[in-house]
Design a protein around this ligand. Structure first.
Ligand code: XMP
Length: 516
């Protein structure tokens, strides 16, 4: 697979020793406008050196350094000669390697801890002497290696931070990357800017500039196809490819008829009218609805939609006979996580957009080193409309998995209308960006109501709004009563065939965000 690597000259490598927070470290470093990549702890040192990093960070990890099989990098890493910052386990490993003493914590430290800065020259520059940090460790460094100075301590951790200014090696026992260490980013910034002497050149504009060059170099005069869905990832890829190769790009938008109100039209408007991208718009509503008729089971719906999507896409991509490349909106978390996850299939999520191998298109993934928030920044810089840049996630199978029971055109229209009201009111209340998602679900429940003097026996709309960081867990959103009231009143009054609205107050787990 062809990989575009944003060869930013200010590269920092994060060695992953198995911490749950490694991605967070990377995000914080990127927030400091420094480009970084995560690599496994056992990456051969020459391979690391070859990338010419300007700094290295050792992540934390659950192991104990003296344990058999504990993850350890090769000691020659210190010979590369660039500054290294250890975090938690990373610090213990540094101490272990360089002749310090690590002991099991007599008193394990978890959570908020008061920290005193004693003598820091680099890490704590510009910070108070007395701080609150987030600790989560059993083992700890008892004696730092020769040449290191203790620069911070807590009541039960004698070496909460250490520095060897001569060799530019640093270690912190706490977690600067978590939000509970609010000044943690400053510590990282001090490491990056003062120890590694970086300037912070990683900006959306610099990314675009390099990506455009690399796309051109990779693709040459070949034609590229790219599926767009209205979502931020595919929109960003399309806009970026278009900037790089103009008319060599053709986008395909398969409208499966399961989109939200006016969504298809907005996607066309953005790509065709505004960006002047060649767009093949495929109105496939009828095909999808025909195949979904009578289907009730959620996973069967997903499977049908996935299969049909690939088929339609293939038919149309196949017409662009000389296309050699397929653009995809893969992001960095997918890259980091793929292959490492063994989670049970709760829902077959990534079934939409996959393509059969016999299409023989080479894959180009210009966003594969970006986090979602960075993709948003890049999209905004490329001029995508705010509505698309900030669009909440929307599942590939669309509204089909928000209609519990059979998907019909009529039920889709009912849901579309109700959903539009939910989103509009959430936006009106200024809550749209705070929520991971806010939407409507059409339940398979009818209930009795009274409208005027008439008895009704109509549908029920479920309103679902959740907050989340990554969709792995989610909390139901505590929407103000007034917002809920407006949503409910409007749905019942404006959407025909609905006489009841309920609010879903389940968190994930044990519920999931979507209803199917
Ligand atoms: P759940 O319902 O599993 O959803 O808590 C987590 C996130 O994934 C999205 N989702 C999907 N996305 N195809 C997709 O592309 C799917 O089949 C699918 N199912 C759920 C969901 O919208 C939420 O953001």
């Amino acid at each position: 697979m062809a990989v575009i690597n944003p060869s930013n000259e200010e590269l920092v490598i994060i060695l992953d020793f198995g911490a749950q927070y490694t991605q967070l470290i990377a995000r914080r470093v990127r927030e400091c406008r420094v480009y970084c990549e995560i690599m496994p702890f056992d990456t051969p040192v020459p391979e690391i050196a070859e990338r010419k990093p300007k700094g290295i960070i050792f992540s934390g990890g659950p192991a104990s350094v003296y344990e058999d099989g504990a993850p350890r990098c090769d000691e020659s890493i210190y010979e590369i000669g660039v500054p290294i910052l250890g975090i938690c386990y990373g610090t213990q490993l540094m101490a272990y390697h360089l002749g310090g003493k690590v002991t099991p914590g007599v008193q394990k430290e978890f959570g908020r801890t008061e920290l005193d800065v004693t003598n820091s020259q680099v890490l704590f520059e510009g910070l108070d002497k007395h701080l609150v940090c987030w600790m989560s460790h059993g083992d700890m460094v008892e004696t730092p290696p020769p040449g290191f100075e203790i620069v911070a301590k807590t009541a039960s951790t004698p070496v909460a931070a250490m520095e060897n200014q001569k060799r530019r090696l640093y270690g912190v026992q706490f977690h600067p990357e978590v939000v509970h260490t609010p000044w943690g980013t400053e510590v990282l910034r001090n490491f990056l800017y003062n120890a590694c002497r970086l300037k912070g050149t990683w900006t959306p504009a610099s990314f675009i500039e390099t990506a455009v060059k690399e796309i051109r170099a990779q693709v040459g005069t070949d034609k590229v196809v790219c599926g767009v869905s209205g979502g931020i990832d595919s929109a960003c890829v399309a806009a970026l490819l278009h900037k790089a190769i103009g008319d060599q790009l053709t986008c395909i938008f398969v409208d499966h008829g399961l989109m939200r109100l006016d969504e298809g039209a907005k996607v066309r408007q953005t790509f065709e009218d505004y960006f002047k991208i060649k767009l093949v718009y495929v109105d496939a509503e009828e095909r999808f609805l025909k195949r979904l008729a009578g289907v009730l089971e959620p996973e069967t719906k997903r499977k049908i939609i996935g299969e049909e999507f690939v088929r339609v896409f293939e038919e149309h991509a196949g017409k662009i006979t000389d296309a050699k490349w397929l653009g995809q909106g893969t992001l960095y978390p997918d890259v980091i996580e793929s292959g490492t996850k063994n989670a049970a299939v709760i829902k077959s999520h990534h079934n939409v957009g996959g393509l059969p191998e016999d299409m023989q298109l080479k894959i180009i993934e210009p966003l594969r080193y970006l986090f979602k928030d960075e993709a948003r920044e890049v999209a905004a810089e490329l001029g995508l409309p705010e509505e698309m840049v900030w669009r909440q996630p929307f599942p590939g199978p669309g509204l089909a998995i928000r209609i519990v029971g059979e998907v019909t055109k009529e039920r889709l229209d009912t849901l579309r209308h109700a959903d539009d009201i939910v989103v509009e009111e959430i936006k009106r209340a200024g809550l749209y960006r705070e929520l991971w998602m806010g939407f409507a679900v059409l339940a398979p429940i009818r209930s009795v109501g009274v409208m005027g003097d008439q008895r009704t026996y109509d549908d029920t709309i479920v309103v679902r709004a959740v907050t989340s960081q990554d969709a792995m867990t989610a909390d139901w959103a505590k929407l103000p009563y007034e917002v809920l009231e407006r949503i409910s009143n409007r749905i019942i009054n404006e959407v025909s065939g609905v006489n009841r609205t309920v609010y879903d107050i389940s968190s994930k787990p044990p519920a999931t965000i979507e209803w199917e």
